[in-house]
Design a protein around this ligand. Sequence first.
Ligand code: GLU
Length: 405
Amino acid sequence: MSLSQLARTIHESATLKLNQTAAQLRDKGEPVIHLGGGEPKSKTPIDAIVACTGVLNSGDIKYTPADGIPALKKAIIRYTEQHYNRLVKPVNVIASSGAKQAIMVLLHSILDPKDEVIFPAPYWVSYPEMVKLAAGVPVVVKAEDGSFCPTIEEFEAAMGSYTKAVILNSPNNPSGAMYSPGFIAGMVALCEKRNLWLIMDDTYNRLVFDGKPPVNCYEYTNTGIDSSKLVVINCVSKMYAMTGFRIGWAVGNKEVIQAMATIQGQQTSGPATPSQYAAVGALNGVQSSIDSLRLTLENNRNILVGHFRAFPGVKVTCPQGAFYSFPDFSAYYKDSQKLSEFLLEKVRVVTVPGKEFGMDGHLRVSFCGAAKEITEGIERIRWALDPTSPNELYLGDRRLVRDWM
Ligand code: GLU
């Protein structure tokens, strides 16, 4: 078959693929523990359901403006004012089919062929592929000291005449690390100095632990929104556990938002109408579900870190937000792909190989599931890897014997 060069160079999303693998194994009755997932288990807030069913019941479900219904833009403007202390106008806002599409149409709006987009490792699996889809070149910056956040100097050293944009995601998928206010301030200043786009992927911004406030990038700039190249991305997916609705948004200067709306209009005609109403309901409704999700995740995080700290050979950095940890298993396996496959095959635990996020030797282990599953999942991993564990393990009535070490 003569597929395009582009189609042949784009890799499948490892996170989505593993979700499918876990679901297929579960359907077959396998005792799978899914620690690879990237979505909270809680239910959609009732305000979102009511708003969505309202429009569904009307039977009048038609095209909307390509960049979102006015009510959704208004809710996003209020959100931006409340959480970022920034007053923006409808021309500064676009709603998209998930944060993913918002980033994608943004990249299409700002990149020329061969323009470079810089982001730190570990990075979310989709950034390199999205940059390639927009004809750009992904450039990964790794911290010399092996930490999850390179220095401003390391970023500056990676910048050249082709650099067009930087993407930062904090709290971070896959590490759960939160970049410091000083770092964000430095990156805002550096991008302004070099006239670069700075894309702040704030998908997990409301899921920050230990009573800390999220970092607000707008605090570090005096540039007015319409002369700024700072674009903030958000979505309802994670904070409201509404991944299936596919609603995200971007806030930025009116010129780029207009370009994004034009491209989006040609691509999809805009996000699905019922989903937009659901997002309005969530954003305008009772907000307590975010606090309870954050508390659940923080408790899960504590359980997970406690187990990993007691796991000989595994190095874990305590996640400060989101719902991912990124422990270093290189004392057991350097090849994270092989390790992830081994754990799935032997003990039916799904993890995502660190290689997919630009850091081999690590696994992404999510803690968005039930605390019981997290505990059992890590116990199974330990049983599979730690030679000091007993020689047998029961998964329900299935008896496993460790015959591989
Ligand atoms: N963002 C989530 C994850 O990293 C969901 C899947 C995806 O879109 O990548 O697992």
